[in-house]
Design a protein around this ligand. Structure first.
Ligand SMILES: Cc1ncc(COP(=O)(O)O)c(C=O)c1O
Length: 450
């Protein structure tokens, strides 16, 4: 039976101390993978705490992936390859960005960095990934050395198609999926497919690379303001755009969720214009509350939506693996016009990711990360709410950031400077807006990498 001296816990709450003791025993190998933990009641009696204390400690261990519960059997230590990596210092991923302030990408050590839009690197499933990579290498043999089809390995496209149906209600055959090295690469392919003579409408504010990539590919970009429901249809109709790039499930950085009526209006606009909607579903996996939002792709009956998503947020930005699902007509055009391009993602990585998704590790990883990010979000919200400054917190349920509106007359640059002096790195909504002065005094708090 596990025996811990609860008197040694000092000021730490009982459940937290118990959780830490069991976690240490698992990580240091004293509790072996697969071994059964005592029942909540038996352990509670043994170490003289309440059953609720043990229940909370087990729940915490479960949410972080150290133990799992088997119905009518009990609690078990997770298999070794599925345990979270012990805390190691992993270098920050390179995708951390702060628009318009590239020069700040220095190695400065921040006390709090709320500007980097990155993942929690200590949670990457290294052991499962390395086992699946070894399996891929040993089973794949010479097959691994042949070139990938232009739109990616069939096994990966099948795994993605099944995942999209299960998790997003999108029904798309693997033949209509194109795999590429990052969504920013796919944006470039989309311009080549739809034509650079069309005008591309982009949400204002938005992820700055979207407009940068369209412009770098020779297309004209127009920015469309948003209201609480997403892109404003009246302002969109007043432009000459024939392509609209949106993130309706959860817009980055505003966190706005586009409701059903607005989605239908935008689809009607695309049909009238004989244009297309590019649905960028970035961050949709991390809606932390409320019902999942049905993608526009699943509502589209006219073949006007290109669905784009990435593994940068769900696994790691350094993986550079993304995909898009094209309507039937566009897929035909893509293979005729652009099928000469080689797929930009290495076969080894594609097949490893295919196994990772097909064997259920991806969705388990997402579940674990949702719990971890929920906890980080709560801590970050408390930090701001308890700061004593007059402010308002919004959009805290959607995606891995929230907004903090400051009641101040100070310009954003001055607030940024004063925060930096105290070791706090901030990004502002105004960093993401096209129209100068569009949205002052609003901090975009990225908490996932904290
Ligand atoms: C809306 C949006 N799409 C895509 C990305 C990044 O995608 P990738 O790393 O696949 O290029 C980001 C990154 O912040 C984003 O904000």
């Amino acid at each position: 039976m596990l025996t811990y001296d609860m008197e040694k816990r000092g000021k730490i709450p009982r459940y937290d101390y118990l959780y830490r003791c069991i976690k240490a025993d698992i990580l240091e190998g004293r509790l072996k993978s697969g071994s059964r933990l005592p029942s909540k009641r038996a352990l509670a009696e043994h170490i003289a705490v309440s059953v609720v204390t043990v229940e909370n400690a087990y729940a915490q261990l479960g949410s972080e992936g150290y133990i799992l519960s088997r119905p009518r059997s009990g609690y078990y230590v997770c298999p070794a390859e599925e345990l979270p990596a012990p805390p190691v210092s992993v270098p920050a991923p390179s995708s951390a960005f702060l628009p318009r302030r590239e020069e700040e990408k220095t190695e400065k050590k921040w006390k709090y960095d709320f500007a980097s839009n990155r993942i929690d690197p200590s949670r990457f499933p290294f052991s499962v990934w390395s086992r699946l990579m070894r399996e891929t290498l040993s089973i794949g043999g010479e097959e691994l050395l042949r070139p990938s089809p232009f739109n990616g390995e069939r096994a990966l496209r099948e795994a993605i198609a099944d995942y999209l149906l299960r998790s997003r209600g999108i029904s798309v055959p693997p033949e209509r999926i194109v795999v590429g090295a990052g969504t920013e690469y796919l944006y470039g392919l989309i311009v080549q497919l739809l034509g650079r003579e069309r005008v591309y409408a982009v949400e204002d504010p938005s992820y700055p690379k979207i407009a940068q990539v369209y412009r770098a590919n020779g297309a004209a970009v127009t920015f469309v303001p948003m209201d609480g429901q997403g892109v404003r249809p009246d302002r969109l109709a007043a432009t000459s755009a024939a392509v609209l790039h949106v993130s309706p499930s959860h817009q980055y950085p505003t966190g706005i969720v586009t409701g059903f009526t607005r989605r239908s209006e935008l689809l009607a606009w695309a049909a009238r214009r004989e244009g297309y909607v590019i649905e960028d579903d970035y961050d949709s996996e991390f809606r932390l509350a409320g019902k999942p939002v049905q993608p526009m792709q699943a509502l589209d009956t006219a073949g006007r939506v290109i669905y784009v998503n990435t593994f940068s947020r769900t696994l790691a930005p350094s993986m550079r693996i993304s995909y898009m699902a094209l309507p039937e007509g566009l897929m035909r055009e893509f293979s005729e016009k652009l099928g000469f391009y080689a797929c930009t993602v290495p076969v080894f990585e594609q097949l490893t990711l295919a196994k990772f998704i097909a064997e259920g590790y991806f969705e388990r990883h997402l579940g674990r990360m949702r719990n971890i990010y929920r906890k980080k979000r709560d801590e970050a919200v408390c930090l701001f709410a308890g700061s004593g400054y007059p402010l308002e917190i919004t959009a805290e349920d959607a995606g891995l950031h929230f907004l903090v509106r400051l009641q101040t007359d100070l310009p954003d640059e001055e607030v940024r400077r004063r925060a930096a002096e105290r070791g706090v790195r901030l990004a502002f909504l105004s960093d993401f807006t096209a129209e100068a002065g569009g949205a002052s005094h609003c901090i975009v708090v990225n908490y996932s990498g904290l």
